[in-house]
Design a protein around this ligand. Structure first.
Ligand SMILES: [Zn+2]
Length: 266
């Protein structure tokens, strides 16, 4: 089933490339300044917004002005209906039990893929993801979402408590992939001792070494969600820690609430 869904995403995102021509970013042009603070933060300043993002999280720099939410509103009704349909299938399951959240998470991701490809006019996953990560508007929307609901903040914090999310393929190659019923810190320690280094958020090791919390913002959350998505889409015969039901259900709820904040069903 996953392979079929995966195949459906690509034509969908290509079909989304027909939005109106890219407009100016709301009210200001973006400037990129390499910050000197500790040498590892980038300052993406747009107007009065000061946006610091860990550089490890961004693969494609300079896409911060590609996101334009208006493109989705201008999309052809058939394309809009298709994306809304995937999202509705996910949104209707937001109260489901954690063990039933795998399928709605994938439906949600398909909706995200179509919506983001439309709003950025970028087809490749890491490109539209980076465009969202670098967008001050997207980051602000996520912050507002967490500030406006204690329930959603708690879901986000629970999701963060599982970070980092490891790349299951690397764990398998290391012979370390496990279904861990113990606590998450014990699982993380097990994987790090086995030599795992492909993990999300990518800056987690640096934050951890500095004894600081990983910021609960959109850039860090987005790359962790993408890792969950990749682990699910690449599939394994047996369940394992990196597609743990709590990890997937918190991912699903958070992603669904984020997409809902953009009125995809309107
Ligand atoms: Zn970071």
């Amino acid at each position: 089933m996953l392979a079929n869904l995966r195949g459906a995403v690509l034509p969908l995102s290509r079909a989304m490339a027909s939005g109106r021509a890219m407009s100016e970013t709301e009210g200001a042009s973006a400037t990129l300044i390499q910050s000197t603070r500790k040498g590892f933060a980038r300052d993406l300043s747009v107007g009065s917004i000061n946006y610091m993002a860990c550089p490890e999280l961004i693969r494609n720099l300079g896409l911060g002005d590609r996101f334009d939410a208006h493109r989705f509103r201008m999309l052809h009704p058939d394309g809009k209906h298709l994306i809304a349909h995937w999202f509705e299938r996910a949104w209707s399951k937001r109260g489901c039990a954690s063990e039933e959240s795998f399928e709605p998470f994938i439906f949600c991701w398909i909706a995200l893929n179509g919506w983001a490809a439309c709003c950025t006019e970028l087809d490749q996953d890491r490109q539209w993801l980076d465009a969202l990560i670098e967008s001050p508007e997207v980051r602000r929307r996520f912050e507002t979402l967490l500030e406006g609901s204690e329930e959603i903040r708690q879901i986000a914090e629970r999701f963060r408590s599982y970070w980092p999310v490891f790349k299951a393929q690397e764990l398998r190659r290391l012979g370390a992939l496990a279904y861990w019923h113990g606590d998450r810190p014990q699982t993380i320690d097990h994987y790090l001792r086995a030599g795992a280094r492909q993990l999300s958020p990518d800056c987690w090791l640096r934050h951890h070494a500095a004894h600081e919390d990983v910021p609960l913002d959109f850039p860090h959350t987005a790359v962790a969600l993408y890792r969950v998505r990749c682990n699910l889409f690449h599939g394994d015969k047996a369940p394992h820690s990196e597609v743990d039901r709590i990890l997937v259900s918190t991912s699903f709820r958070l992603l669904a609430e984020f997409l809902n904040s953009w009125d995809l069903l309107r």
